[in-house]
Design a protein around this ligand. Structure first.
Ligand code: FCB
Length: 449
């Protein structure tokens, strides 16, 4: 047995989820339609025709789920609010029953000694707003501001940690460039404009949350960040890696932390560059308290004249291990990412807001779920987080993706990321071996090296 690597006192060990992926209850409590409800009903978009109608039925089972969190010993829980529960039409008439649900959830968490980390947008835009152009329409920024105000007014006395957006790159580009996600648009200029509006709405929401919050209020944004490496040392591959880094990482981090889009990407987008109004960049770079890093894998890029508008292709390194998502397991990348964002962007505080792995878990004859590969994945990443902390990087917490198996977007229910197994037909939850092990890490506030 190795030595125990200790984490700082008050380190927030947590798990994360998102509304559409777990709640179900899609027509309950006055909830309106979201773009994911619509997308799931569009033939061919989601694996197996799966939908989030029922998902993990968390809307009805949240008390049981809080008990589960308590059993694991979680100190924090990151969840998202479904905008269509609060404003079924996106704006206008508020639905108090929607707020009541999150009110009860927050109280339940606090009673269990678990700190809530609330994400305001984890991709479930009200369909009514999409019908008016969605995030491509600047008015949606105003609607988001009003929605933020309503949620913060109700929960702000008890919730200290707020996240405006989850992975704006995914919402903008998978939603509007590749069309793999809702609303399924495939137009580069639209995607780039959407990214600008998402960022602008982040800045506006930071202001609203601060104005309505109290001295404890902490506001941040969550980005999916990957270290990008060239497939070779050639000039072309290095430029390809730089472009992908610009597209995925710098396009979002530069405006938030430096108040400007990266010049090389503005030039690359050319006619597709966003329409930016006076004052927008200042609003986007409103000071944030923390950056949430979602880390799963690295990207290795080669130049390819046939490779889409970025003229690149991703390369799968040989002799590496891959998860069910076909994502390379590369724990050092977590350290590299934390180090890089700390160095280049100097966010006052960092959280790992998502990290985890999909494997094809099964319930054994004894009713247990053994997932040694997930446990190894998490252990190796925890060790890299510890390494970052040792070097003085201000990492304050770590949220495992995910508390439980759930609806994995375009993959439907075919990918299991949970540290808890969900048997969908019965909705039974079974804490996996990895989940029990996470509990031990939390108890010891440390991990065996
Ligand atoms: C992230 C998402 C999260 C989940 C994981 C696997 O991109 O934020 O909802 O789907 O990937």
């Amino acid at each position: 047995m190795g030595s125990l690597l200790h984490f700082p006192e008050h380190f927030v060990w947590g798990a994360a989820t998102a509304s559409y992926q777990i709640e179900g209850g899609y027509e309950k409590g006055g909830r309106g339609e979201s773009i994911w409800d619509r997308f799931c009903r569009t033939p061919g978009k989601v694996y197996n025709g799966d939908t989030g109608d029922v998902a993990c039925d968390h809307y009805h089972r949240y008390r049981e789920d809080i008990a589960l969190m308590r059993e694991i010993g979680l100190k924090g829980y990151r969840f998202s609010v479904a905008w269509p529960r609060i404003f079924p039409e996106g704006r206008g008439t508020l639905n108090p029953a929607g707020l009541d649900f999150y009110d009860r959830l927050v109280d339940g968490l606090l009673d269990a000694g678990i700190q809530p980390f609330v994400t305001l947008y984890h991709w479930d835009l009200p369909q009514a707003l999409q019908d008016r152009g969605g995030w491509a329409n600047r008015d949606t920024v105003v609607a988001f501001r009003d929605y933020t105000a309503a949620v913060s007014e109700r929960l702000g006395d008890r919730v200290a940690h707020w996240i405006t957006h989850n992975e704006p790159w995914v919402a903008a580009f998978l939603g509007h460039e590749t069309g793999m996600h809702a609303p399924g648009i495939t137009d580069l200029a639209t995607a780039v404009q959407v990214s600008h509006h998402l960022l602008l709405s982040h800045g506006e929401a930071v202001r609203v949350l601060r104005e309505r919050g109290n001295a404890r209020t902490q506001v941040g944004i969550v980005c999916n960040i990957a270290p990008v490496q060239p497939a070779s040392e050639s000039e072309e591959d290095r430029a390809a890696a730089r472009r992908f880094d610009g597209y995925l990482n710098r396009w979002f981090l530069d405006p938030v932390f430096k108040g400007a889009y990266p010049e090389d990407m503005l030039a690359w987008y050319g006619d597709c560059a966003p329409e930016v109004q006076v004052g927008d960049m200042k609003a986007i770079s409103e000071k944030t308290d923390f950056l949430g890093v979602n880390y799963y894998t690295r990207s290795v890029m080669a130049a390819d004249p046939e490779g889409g508008f970025l003229r690149i292709r991703d390369v799968h390194p040989e002799n590496s291990e891959y998860t069910e998502m076909d994502w390379e397991i590369y724990p050092e990348g977590l350290y590299e990412t934390l180090n890089r964002v700390h160095r280049d962007y100097k966010a006052p505080l960092l959280y790992v807001t998502e990290n985890g792995a999909a494997f094809s878990d099964e319930v054994g004859p004894d009713g247990q779920v053994r997932d040694p590969r997930r446990k190894a994945y998490l252990r190796d990443h925890f060790i890299q987080a510890h390494r970052a902390i040792q070097e003085g990087i201000p990492l304050a917490g770590y949220f495992v993706w995910s508390l439980m198996d759930n609806f994995e977007w375009a993959h439907g229910y075919s990918k299991r990321f949970g540290i808890t197994y969900v048997d969908y037909p019965t909705q039974q939850r079974i804490l996996k071996e990895s989940g029990r092990w996470v509990g031990e890490v939390i108890l010891a506030n440390g991990v065996e090296a």
